[in-house]
Design a protein around this ligand. Sequence first.
Ligand code: RUQ
Ligand code: CUA
Length: 635
Amino acid sequence: MKPTITLNAIALVVALGFTSCGKQTGTSQAERTANAVASYVAPGEKDEYYLFYSGGHSGQVYVAGIPSLRHISTIPVFAPYPATGYGFDEESKKMLGDFSWGDVHHPALSQTNSKYDGRWLFVNDNANNRIARIDLHDFKTHQILGPIPNSIGNHGSSFITENSEYILCATRFSVPLPKGRVADPKDYEKEFNGMVSGIKVDPKTGEMKVGWQILTPPFDWDLGSTGKGPSSGWAFWTSYNTEMAHDTLEVNSTQKDRDLAAVVNWRAAEKAVAEGKAEMMDGVPIIDPAKVPGVLYFVPIGKSPHGMDVDPTGKWIVAGGKLQPATTVLNFEKVQAAINNKTFEGEFRGVPILKYEAVVEGEVPVGLGPLHTQYDGKGNAYTSMFIDSCIVKWKLPPWTDEEKKDLTKVVLDKVPAHFSTGHLVVAGSDTAQPYGKWCVAMNKLSAGRHINVGPSQPESSQLIDISGEKMKMIAEAYTEPEPHFAQILKVTDVQPTEVYPKDENKDPNAVWEKAQSSVTRNGNQVVAKLMAIRSRFNPDRIDAQVGDELTVHVTNVEQTRDMIHGFGLIEHNINMVMDPGETKTFHIKLTKPGVFPFYCTNFCSALHQEMQGYLVVWKPGEGPSGASGAVGGTK
Ligand code: RUQ
Ligand code: CUA
């Protein structure tokens, strides 16, 4: 295949600014009114869908409503977030470990039988090689797994299998393995390796652990997705840098017309590990695909591809070629046949390369810079165009003979986006039964479409109605930097709790009545058990001494929705926030004498401002009960 567009042409397009792929819609007064009504959620009414979008290097996940596109809440994941006290109490501090940021790219809702089951949302951290689990019963982060051993640059994740058996991950970077081994990047080809990881998910609790890994050449694995239906048990990733360059990647990794995508049989990998065919590295069973045939295959994809998305039937796998003005459609049945018949065009390091012509259904000329593809479940595909700045709707196979001869015929519609769309998300696209109806384009550049906020600008997201034959641009909103992928979940497909029921609070330090609250001393350990209720803390005085270690447990005894209390401690960098029925704990060493007020940080009642108390830190040997005493004040 000849590259149909040169790098220089693309550089030129980028340098000249945005290309456009059509007229802006929604300009007549009637259209504007109709669009406004379509996304309007009147005061007191509710959105129909959740949009969970990744917050990139903010480390967080944001929740918006669809169709309003209003930001509704922030779920802190990889970075402290004082608004919910995340990263201040012992439990969340422990989850964050030594890191105070992450780079969230791809959220994945848990699935049962290729349908969202409303239980968990998993997200990856590209920066520190982690995966986190948000439980949808309370919309909070409950586990952060990692850094994953033998895995650097956890970008090609989190892709969930059809029954949430695994979160599958592939590395963006390669390094000498195991981690900690040093080799000269000049010896990249020989010394560096990438990895595909299977993170096992407990079917009951969602608890993750590293299951197994597959060693790969040092390609930069990119986006991927998991199979279903006929491709059940398989997963797919594109790669760039099959050139295995280690410097000036912009030039050196874009030399080849085609890069090699990975076709992974994860069930075969699981089986190989069970049969003892793996070798341990850093505590993880590692499969060498050259020694265990049937686990990994390569397939060529042009050119520097990015997204690779399986359609709802599981038969079509679409890859976007960043430097090629077409998407490549693989036919999984042909992939299977090529594997069975050994229709290979060679091998790389013992891994067979499937013959391109044998597995490709067609290259659809969608335009410049195709990245990601989503589906509506009605036979249509929607591809985000980074360079053309638009969304292209096109028809999936099967194609007529006439269409096959000229695939421009399957390109159905284009709608401009503003600007440089990265990911897009169609509601439920990665399930067997998409909700369809809405598409959100997540654009990399807002380019001043909003009121001026200085040189650092937000990203823009745009809501597109895909229910009709032609797409309709409906509304836009601005988001925290910087959304990558998102998931859309129907509100009725999840039942979050509104309070933590008292009976379910198993914290041994929870206190529910004044009589249970206490401040006690044991050696230099001072333990305070406080209860928070509108509008006081009980007790509201803690006495201790310099050199003491202070542990404070605060229980919010409210059982009313939205009755949240905070515990901010002046000049100690502490802010816990307790939801109704929740107990949280912090632990600090007291190093300076003084009287330090603590107060409720969450506006909870008319007398919220009165909800305060004192931590009295006496000099050693001083205080109301002398050297050995610690007291709680007014009960
Ligand atoms: S990548 S703009 Cu991090 Cu998902 Cu494609
Ligand atoms: Cu409790 Cu404000």
